[in-house]
Write a protein that binds this ligand. Structure first.
Ligand SMILES: [Zn+2]
Length: 312
């Protein structure tokens, strides 16, 4: 082979080598994002509304990668509506009789309550969720939920998760009475879960709060719960359901591994624990509507008047 031909063949060989590397890379990267996309919460939501199911969907049937059907119910007040309550307070207050009907229906339909921490452990492969899991969350730590909801949960073999605003216990504001630490500790000793709802219920999406302030509230709330109950919670319920990318960074820095929102939905993606959706239970909701939401017979969020969506 002449020197000219050698250079010619060497050139062709190098071109082929480069082309095959690019080809392999293209193949690899074109596959990879597609797989990741199928696991993202947005993709799940799109597909969920696309394959809208008129009847109950067994959790195993809607599993998409690490996304699972897991209604996390959101409550605020459970009990009678105080005189002078406005529309928002009315929407946030579920009567004890309604709450009991909901718990009874869940029990009769085979649901088993799990804690938010159980979901975290499941994400690590350290906990096996039951076939029909449900979470009862109670925001703000109002006295009425400890008085009225906890005994009903117990009666049906359930337990709940309570988001505590750690500077509020034992105080009151208007019609809101915050349970004292003694009641919260008693509930915790009795098997209820206590998680953080910050120290003061500040709105994390308001730009006036600096990253340092956010970190201080979130780590402070964790420290308050540690001091009062001797437990370390790494779960946060965002006040108003509001968060920003900075907020999530600070929450993670403070040690949180799970953030609970007010995004409406009952699909939990175990790979996206900082943006967990919930199912809001409205004050005047009938049992029929509650069933419809859990059985996907209605789009729960579309029936909520915009005026009443202000979360607490
Ligand atoms: Zn709240």
């Amino acid at each position: 082979m002449s020197r000219g031909n050698k250079i010619y063949f060497l050139g062709i060989a190098m071109l082929l080598a480069v082309a095959s590397i690019f080809g392999a890379a293209y193949f690899y990267y074109s596959k990879k994002p597609a797989a990741a996309k199928a696991n993202s919460l947005d993709a799940v939501n799109i597909s969920k509304s696309g394959d809208f199911q008129p009847l109950a969907v067994p959790p195993e049937a809607v599993q998409k990668g690490r996304a699972i059907a897991l209604p996390i119910l959101m409550y605020h007040h459970v009990g009678s509506l105080p005189a002078g309550a406005d529309k928002i307070q009315a929407d946030l207050t579920v009567r004890s009789v309604s709450f009991e009907a909901q718990a009874k229906w869940l029990k009769e339909n085979g649901y088993q309550s799990v804690s938010l921490n159980d979901i975290y452990l499941a994400s690590l492969g350290k906990f096996v969720l039951p076939k029909k899991p449900v979470v009862f969350t109670f925001d703000d730590g109002y006295e009425d939920v400890f008085q009225n909801a906890v005994p009903i949960l117990k009666k049906y073999g359930f337990s709940g998760s309570f988001g505590i605003i750690t500077k509020k216990p034992g105080t009151s504001a208007g019609l809101n009475f915050y349970a004292p630490w003694g009641d919260i500790a008693a509930a915790y000793m009795n098997g209820e879960e206590v998680v953080s709802h910050t120290q003061t219920h500040f709105d994390g999406s308001n730009p006036k709060y600096t990253a340092g302030y956010i970190y201080g509230e979130l780590s402070g709330s964790m420290a308050d719960i540690k001091n009062r109950l001797d437990i370390t919670t790494n779960i946060l319920i965002y006040p108003y359901g509001h968060y920003t990318p900075t907020y999530i960074v600070e929450a993670k820095k403070a040690g949180y591994v799970m953030g609970i929102t007010v995004h409406e939905g009952d699909i939990v993606n175990l790979d996206d624990l900082m943006r967990i959706p919930r199912v809001r239970v409205h004050g005047a909701e009938t049992l029929r509507r509650f069933e419809d939401v859990l059985l996907h017979r209605t789009e729960s969020s579309t029936t909520t008047p915009a005026k009443l969506t202000r979360p607490r």
